[in-house]
Structures are given as C-alpha cells and as structure tokens.
Ligand binder design. Structure first.
Ligand SMILES: Cc1ncc(C[n+]2csc(CCOP(=O)(O)OP(=O)(O)O)c2C)c(N)n1
Ligand SMILES: [Mg+2]
Length: 323
C-alpha cells in the first residue's frame, strides 16, 4: 500500500471516529439541557469498533444494533442531523421522530435498527445472512452487541445457525467490561470470546477494540470471507465506555475513577492521531482541518434538529407497516 493511500485511509477512519465522538458529546449536552426524551446511551470511547467494521460495508449490507447504537448508525451512513433530530423526537429524524435513541432505522443505508432489547440483533443479523444466501447476493449481515449479550440464548442460537449454514454474518462483540454495572468477569467464567466462537466452528478474532486499524484489518478479512461464501466470523473487540451507562445515571460504586482514567489514556481517537504523527503519515494541520469540518457539521446538525417540527399527531398511524 502506498503511503498516500495509507494516509488517506487512516485519516478517513479518524474523521469518522471524531464525527461519532462530537455527535455523542452534542447529544450528552442536549440530554442535560432537556432536549432528549427517553434514555441516551452514548458510544464515547468505543468509536473504533463501529468505524473499523463499517468502513468495509456497503449500503446493501444489513447492520443490527443495540441500545448503544448511535455510533453504529453514524458509521453506517445515517447523517448526524438525522440521528440528532431523531433523539429530539423531530419529524426530520431517521425514524421520523417516532423512534428515539433505541429505534434508529434507515434501511436506505442498511441501518436496520437499534434496539433496547439485549440479544435479538444476533438473530436478526443471522436472518439477514440467511436471506442474502437464499437470494444469491454477496451482502453480509452484521450484529453489534455488548458483553451483556454473551450469555443470552440468542448468542448460541445465532452463532450455531450461521455456522452450520455458512451464512455471511459478522458477529461483533463490543466488550466494554460491564453490562450496566455488572462486570463481564463476574457474569462469565470463560471470557475468551474468540475461543467461544471457535467452538461453534467459526473464526474468532481477539482484538484491541480501541485500535481502529486492528479492527478494520480483521473486519476486512472477515467480511471478504463472508461475501465469498466462507461463512461467519466473530470479532471480540475489547473496549471501554468512558461515560456512564446512560446519560444522567450514576457512575460510581461499580468501577473506579482510576480505571476510567486509564482507559481515557487509551482513547482510540487520541492514539490514532499520535500514531500517525509519530510515523510522519500526517501533520497537525490535517487534524485541525478535520476538527473544524466536523464541528461545523455537528453544530449545523444540532441547529437543524432544534428547528425541526415534531411529527403531526394526525400522522400517528402512518409508517407502521413496510411493504
Ligand atoms: C433482554 C434484556 N434484558 C435486560 C435488559 C436491561 N439492560 C439494558 S442495557 C443492559 C446491559 C447491556 O450490557 P451490554 O450488552 O454489555 O452493553 P453495554 O451497555 O455495555 O454497551 C441490560 C441488562 C434489556 N434491555 N434486555
Ligand atoms: Mg457491556
């Protein structure tokens, strides 16, 4: 790979992570300001996972996500203005203001939904993989799920089915060490998730989920294999959320400030920038330009959302079914 391509690709990944970070920070601020009804689980600290995986997806590939799904939607191509407007309950949101944070849908770009229920995204992505296989398409289904879904029945059923039928599915476990306040280490005896994948007969990758280049490399391999009929894979991405489980919740009693601080030192955005600077692959000016572009984009998106109308109550029964 030439240096120019490497630089361009790395900066594209950096931009994407920053776009997610700044959008999440805006959402956190808006939540505190009373603009967001319902829960708001941010993806701050985990941006490298969605970014590294979605860099290899097309709009026709189907992503199924969780309660912590803003980053997945943004990385899959839902514009920040549609995500912010959706959380504000406005008609210009991706789900026309009817869904909110945990129901972000945008089939046009293959964002097939965030969900407040822990686990089903594993089965939905498996179903998408099955339909792609039946239709003879080279698209893939992708499930993003947390460590909290690992002991859910859906995990066993989805991985087993995808494995026996060689379905084009990528299972992405975002292991941020906690399910709300329950440590993964308490809930699970065998925390080697990649090894668990191999017992189902599929490749399992054990990854630093804060290293976007590592996630991207593994995702590229797994997605290519799935597209060419080689079956499913699982990526175990070890990462960390640096904000509370959800905005407005307490963040003490189950983890220490020292632990949070140690993970902030491994921030995926800061570390990629440092790496590119150290390797002379980019200069300060490259990052400043991206910072200012993203700031303008997110500021504009928040303004757009704030000025958008709420859905007309007379349309409450519309958009219920899709045919
Ligand atoms: C089936 C189900 N059980 C329990 C819950 C309550 N719940 C909401 S979020 C959460 C923790 C999820 O943890 P994890 O999957 O690790 O995702 P994270 O929040 O860490 O990103 C739980 C148990 C739920 N939403 N759905
Ligand atoms: Mg978790």
């Amino acid at each position: 790979m030439s240096e120019e391509i490497a630089k361009e690709q790395a900066l594209t990944l950096w931009r994407q992570m920053l776009m997610i970070r700044r959008t999440e920070e805006q959402l956190a601020k808006s939540y505190a300001g009373g603009m967001i009804p319902g829960a708001c689980h941010t993806y701050v600290g985990e941006e490298a996972v969605a970014t590294g995986v979605c860099a290899h997806l097309r709009h026709e590939d189907a992503v199924f996500s969780t309660h912590r799904g803003h980053g997945h939607a943004l990385a899959k191509g839902v514009p920040p203005r549609e995500v912010i407007a959706e959380l504000f309950g406005r008609v210009t949101g991706c789900s026309r203001g009817r869904g909110g944070s945990m129901h972000l849908f945008s089939p046009e770009v293959g964002m097939m939904g965030t969900s407040g229920i822990v686990g089903p995204c594993i089965l939905q992505a498996t179903g998408a993989g099955y339909s792609f296989k039946l239709l003879g398409k080279d698209n893939v289904g992708v499930a993003f799920f947390g460590d909290g879904a690992m002991n859910n029945g859906a995990f066993h059923e989805g991985l087993n089915l995808a494995a026996i039928w060689d379905l084009p599915v990528i299972f992405v476990c975002e292991d941020n060490m906690y399910a709300t306040e329950v440590p993964f280490a308490y809930a699970t005896k065998n925390q080697d998730v990649a090894a668990r994948a191999r017992t189902y007969g599929m490749p399992g990758y054990s990854l630093d989920g804060n290293d976007v280049l590592a996630v991207s490399q593994a995702a590229s391999e797994a997605i290519q294999r799935a597209r060419s009929g080689g079956g499913p894979s699982l990526l175990h991405c070890k990462t960390y959320r640096t904000r509370p489980h959800a905005e407005g919740m307490r963040d003490a009693g189950y983890r220490t400030p020292q632990e949070v601080e140690s993970w902030k030192q491994r921030d995926p955005i800061v570390t990629l920038k440092a790496k590119l600077l150290a390797q002379n692959l980019a200069e300060e000016g490259d990052f400043e330009e991206i910072e200012s572009d993203i700031k303008a984009m997110v500021d504009e998106a928040a303004e757009f959302a704030k000025n958008s109308p709420y859905p007309d109550p007379a349309t409450a029964t519309e958009h219920i079914f899709s045919v």
